[in-house]
Each structure stands twice: as structure tokens, then as C-alpha cells.
Design a protein around this ligand. Structure first.
Ligand code: PHE
Length: 339
């Protein structure tokens, strides 16, 4: 028995020191110390040893087991040290190799232009608000004094989900939400997406962006409207920007106007950019219709207000000399990288 044990020990230690891989080391461990391993079997067989020999035998078996365990642990450390060394050797870093350029993202030109405009308005004391893009007929049309038979409600012009729910065609819907929830003084701008059933071309897209402005307080007049919007035009097109207001019609403002800026390419002479007009249309605006104020629970005999709506693609295109609206939506990195 003693001899058998010593032989086993020698064999095991040899196998362990010879193990070149963690796998073969593990195999050796199982072979001797595993549930069905040889040493385990011997320990199990202790019952058959004569009682007087048992303590000495037990001690010997345990000594062998400890020696084998220690050898395995030692070998395991050696193997992992070797593996680490090999790995470090392979992963040597050549610090002289030139780095790869990192491509940083840029802001979309539309967002740059909107950010600049929001800057101007927040400095004038406006809050920035948002409204839903999926809207009830009431907010997009009805409360804005656009009656049921108005041509803007045609399915040709508007995306409907149901008779009553649609994609908003204008950010003017946000005016109603604001006036429902807030009493004057009100001074807000609301940028966002709007939708119209248009085919895509160089100047049209079924999805585009507007920024709505709304001011309601006691004693607000057309002069406040003009001052505010001229301030915006100067920021966008420089101190010398010249503006003009043309009478226009919107159902939710009275009086209504469109504001043009003098063409900065030809200074009003007429050129390709302004299509010979000398002026470029910038936005729609007007004094909030008393009916709209009343619908929102604001007394038009006490309060008055002005509102305006700006097409943001148009502003961005002029600002950066972009001649095709589609460029703003295609996300071609060669284009976007220029801003
Ligand atoms: N909502 C109008 C449009 O889409 C613009 C506008 C807004 C006009 C506010 C007047 C007041 O054309």
C-alpha cells in the first residue's frame, strides 16, 4: 500500500510538472483528486485497512494529497505567469505609429440657425416652449379661427389620422396650448416640426420646421411686433438689414402682415437670389385675433398680443447659401461636415 502510494505520488507530480497547458493541468487534477480520482479512491478504501494501521495510513494518504495539491497550485501559477508574459509580448504597443483621426460630430445647420435665433429671443425675455406634433383639429384649426370649410383643411394639404386628429400643419397650434395654460403676460417662442402634404422638391418637403412667437400683455401693439422682428432680422442678416411689412391675411391675426428683408445680395435691385424682387419673404405675423384670445379665456378688451411664424429651413438656407432644401434632410456627411 505504502509503495503504491509513493508511486502514485511520483506519477502525479511528474504529470503536473509536465502539464504545459491549463487544460492538461486540470486533467491531471481530475485524474488524481477528482471524485473518481485515484487518491480519492484510496481514501474511500480506508475502511478495508486494518484498524490499527488506519491512523498511519490516513496520515500518509493525506500527506500525498497535500503534496499533489501544492504541486498543482504551484504549476497553475507558473502557467498563468507564462500566459501573461506571452500575452504582453504579443500586445506590445508601438507608440510611434501615427494615430487615427477622430471624426467629431457637428451640429446640423438647421440646429445652429435655430440656436442662434433662440439666443436672440431668450435675451429679449422669451421662454422656449414645445407643443405636440400629433394634434387635434381644434388646436391646429378651430381655435385659430380656421373654419371647417377652410381650404387649409383639405386632405390634399394635411395628414389626417382621423377626422379629428392630424399632424400639425403649423406651430400656431402651440399658441392655443400656451394661452390655455398661462395667463398674460405671455412671451414665448415655440420651435418644432410641422407637416404638410407636399411633394419633395428643392423648396418643398412634407416635413419642415417653424418657429412660432407669441406675446400677450396689456397694451401690446403692432409697434412691439415690428421692433421685435426687426431685431431678429438684424441679428440674422446684420445691422444694415432693411425690413418691410406687407399686408397679408391669416385667420388668427388681425391685422396680418408678412415681413420681407431687403435682398442682401443685390440690396434691393433684383437678382437671381430674390428672383428679381429685391425682397425676400421671411415670416408671417400679426396681432392676435380677438376671437382667438377670447376662445382661450383671455379678455381682448384688456389684453392684446402679437404672433409670428417663421419657416426655419428658409432662414437656414439663406444664412448658409444652401440652394436645395433636400440637402437639409439627406444627412450626407460631406454636406453636414461643412458647418
Ligand atoms: N402659421 C402661419 C403659417 O404657417 C404663420 C403665422 C404665425 C402667421 C403666427 C401669423 C402669426 O403660415
Amino acid at each position: 500500500m505504502k509503495e503504491k502510494l509513493l508511486k502514485l505520488k511520483e506519477e502525479a507530480l511528474a504529470k503536473i510538472t509536465d502539464a504545459a497547458q491549463p487544460d492538461s493541468l486540470e486533467a491531471a487534477r481530475v485524474e488524481y483528486l477528482g471524485k473518481k480520482g485515484e487518491l480519492t479512491q484510496i481514501l474511500r478504501g480506508m475502511g478495508e485497512v486494518a484498524p490499527e494501521d488506519r491512523p498511519a495510513m490516513g496520515q500518509m494518504v493525506n500527506a500525498v494529497r497535500e503534496a499533489v495539491e501544492a504541486a498543482i497550485e504551484l504549476r497553475r501559477r507558473e502557467l498563468s505567469a507564462k500566459a501573461l508574459e506571452a500575452k504582453l509580448g504579443k500586445e506590445k504597443v508601438d507608440v510611434t505609429i501615427p494615430g487615427e483621426p477622430v471624426v467629431t460630430g457637428r451640429r446640423h445647420p438647421l440646429n445652429i440657425a435655430v440656436g442662434e435665433m433662440l439666443d436672440v429671443f431668450t435675451k429679449m425675455g422669451f421662454d422656449v416652449v414645445e407643443g405636440p406634433e400629433v394634434e387635434y383639429d381644434y388646436y391646429n384649426f378651430e381655435a385659430l379661427n380656421i373654419p371647417k370649410d377652410h381650404p387649409a383643411r383639405d386632405t390634399q394639404d394635411t395628414f389626417y389620422f382621423t377626422d379629428n386628429v392630424l399632424l400639425r400643419t403649423q406651430t400656431s397650434s402651440v399658441q392655443i396650448h400656451v394661452m390655455e395654460n398661462q395667463k398674460p403676460p405671455i412671451r414665448v417662442v415655440a420651435p418644432g416640426r410641422v407637416y404638410r402634404s407636399d411633394a419633395v422638391d428643392a423648396t418643398h418637403s412634407p416635413l419642415f420646421h417653424q418657429m412660432e412667437g407669441l406675446v400677450v400683455d396689456k397694451g401690446i401693439t403692432m409697434a412691439d411686433l415690428k421692433g421685435t422682428l426687426e431685431n431678429l432680422a438684424r441679428m440674422l442678416y446684420g445691422e444694415e438689414a432693411v425690413c418691410r411689412f406687407r399686408p397679408h391675411h391669416f385667420p388668427f391675426t388681425e391685422p396680418s402682415a408678412e415681413m420681407d428683408v431687403q435682398c442682401f445680395a443685390c440690396r434691393g435691385e433684383g437678382c437671381r437670389l430674390c428672383k428679381g424682387e429685391g425682397w425676400i419673404e421671411l415670416l408671417g405675423a400679426g396681432m392676435v385675433h380677438p376671437k382667438v384670445l377670447r376662445t382661450c379665456g383671455i379678455d381682448p378688451d384688456v389684453y392684446s398680443g402679437f404672433a409670428f411664424g417663421i419657416g426655419l429651413e428658409r432662414v437656414t438656407m439663406r444664412r448658409y447659401n444652401i440652394d436645395d432644401l433636400r440637402l437639409l434632410f439627406e444627412n450626407d456627411l460631406r454636406f453636414l461636415g461643412q458647418f
